[in-house]
Ligand binder design. Structure first.
Ligand SMILES: [Zn+2]
Length: 146
């Protein structure tokens, strides 16, 4: 849990972290967690890529840590997209994202969940009414989901 995020340099010369996120769909719903650390809001499972870690390994790890499930059918949607407004509580202002699509099997069991306030499946109509973490609002708009 004390792993060190990989650090790079953004196009505008700032320190940059690397992030992974998972867009997990089942039927017409998406799996969202409510984050218990800043930035707050509803979000897909996500987190930093650690030093020496491959992005796909990182997304599988984060999904496991935040939902208790193994991510399957993993497909890369976005690679190395720098977002210069996406800050984290470690004080880094730029994150380069690797966004994946995937699925999980079985029902969500809240007792499995660590590191999050709540977890559930939400329709597009419900997602439009939630307070999303800004980066997830960006992804859902980019992929025309909301
Ligand atoms: Zn960061």
């Amino acid at each position: 849990m004390s792993a060190t995020p990989k650090v790079g340099t953004s196009h505008n010369g700032k320190d940059m972290h690397y992030s992974v996120g998972a867009m997990i769909k089942r039927g017409d719903t998406y799996l969202l967690i409510e984050r218990n650390t800043p930035p707050f809001g509803f979000a897909g499972p996500a987190g930093h890529i650690d030093e020496g870690e491959l992005s796909e390994d990182a997304v599988r790890r984060e999904v496991q840590e935040e939902t208790g499930f193994q991510l399957t059918n993993v497909t890369l949607l976005t690679a190395d997209e720098e977002l210069d407004w996406n800050w984290c509580r470690r004080g880094i202002e730029v994150h380069s994202w690797y966004l994946y699509e995937g699925s999980i099997e079985g029902d969500v069991d809240e007792t499995n969940v660590r590191e999050v306030k709540s977890i559930g499946w939400y329709t597009k109509e419900q997602i439009k009414t939630l307070t999303l973490e800004p980066v997830w609002k960006y992804w859902f708009k980019k992929y025309n989901i909301i």
